[in-house]
Design a protein around this ligand. Structure first.
Ligand code: COA
Length: 299
């Protein structure tokens, strides 16, 4: 689908996207690039980065890939520094790198929990911490010295309720959301950096979806979705574009849920809609005809 945003929505900005070589991270990278940003992607697997960079360049996007693991502070520092050396500034940091697998709580080892927390939560914070010196108001390379940059942290909706076999990811994403809000408070006040989150729901055609939701469950899940469909990576990328462009200039500390209403959904009640209407009318009529009647309004 064509973007409704102007092609220069983030023109001249430099964006660094962790996990930008595939899935949601790659689509965010592509849309930021198509709307004028120069992009740097960071990931652990060089061949994935290389192929993503060549696909981005084929679209006319200024793109570079640096391999690194967000769990390693030295990698985070090197990639942030290399981004600055390459493009002379940093405006947008997107933390999209994540680790996931299905495991019951009983089978999950403390190290399994720690591994996901390390990638998702500690990795997100490490990247933010390293990027601070280039994102803050008046930082080197920032032409508009009166404003700071933008951070976007990708989380999920799993922890809003509870999710089977996702204790580790729910814990990690809850901690990311807390990090987002606290950084928005502190760095918004001190450095004019806007920090927001995006919480994707079921998004088709992503490594997460194929890893975590087998195809037959996926088709059944669609019946539970209020919009009867899974989202697209594009939907998340448009939210990212909105939040990182000037359109989102007063948004700070928000976690934007992009899930088609899935997390608030409930099974339909067992009583059909027409039967519910009749029941409602008969209860209402009984109340009116009863001894007390319906109280009259004094307005
Ligand atoms: N079920 C249960 N535990 C698991 C697991 C699984 N499927 N996969 C890994 N773990 C546990 C391991 O058992 C280990 O704990 P232990 O030492 O107590 O045995 C711990 O996690 C670390 O595993 P390891 O394979 O050494 O970590 P890694 O750094 O190589 O892998 C993961 C990281 C676990 C996130 C891996 O799934 C991964 O790299 N995935 C690719 C990225 C991804 O999943 N993206 C999805 C985006 S939604």
């Amino acid at each position: 689908m064509e973007s409704p945003f102007k092609a220069d929505a983030v023109k001249g900005k430099v964006a660094l996207i962790t996990g930008g070589g595939s899935g949601i991270g790659l689509e965010i990278t592509k849309q930021l690039g198509k709307h004028g940003a120069s992009v740097v992607i960071m990931g652990r697997r060089k061949h994935i980065l290389d192929s993503a960079v060549s696909s981005l360049r084929s679209l006319g996007i200024r793109a570079v890939g640096f391999d690194g693991d967000v769990r390693k502070p030295e990698d985070a520092r090197r990639v942030v520094e290399s981004t600055f050396k390459q493009f002379g500034r940093l405006d947008i940091l997107v933390n999209a790198a994540a680790g996931n697998f299905l495991s019951s709580a009983e089978d999950l080892s403390p190290n399994g929990l720690r591994t996901v927390m390390d990638i998702d939560t500690v990795g997100t914070f490490t990247m933010c911490h390293e990027a601070l010196k280039y994102l803050k108001k008046g930082a080197p390379g920032r032409s508009d010295s009166s404003s700071g940059g933008v951070i976007l942290n990708i989380s999920a909706t799993l922890h809003y309720t509870a999710t089977w076999y996702q204790l580790h990811v729910s814990a990690a994403k809850a901690a990311i959301d807390a990090t987002t809000r606290n950084l928005a408070l502190e760095w918004g006040s001190e450095y004019d950096i806007r920090v927001n989150g995006i919480a994707p729901g079921l998004i088709g055609d992503t490594p997460g979806m194929s890893k975590l939701v087998p195809k037959d469950i996926n088709s059944q899940a669609k019946n539970l979705l209020p919009l009867y469909k899974a989202g697209e990576k594009w939907d998340i990328a448009m939210a990212a574009l909105y939040l990182s462009s000037d359109a989102g200039k007063f948004i700070n500390g928000a976690i934007v849920v992009v899930d088609g209403g899935f997390w608030i959904s409930q099974p339909r009640p067992p009583i059909p809609k027409e039967a519910m209407r009749q029941l409602s009318r008969s209860v209402d009529n009984k109340a009116r005809d009863g001894p007390g009647g319906v109280p009259r309004s004094n307005l």
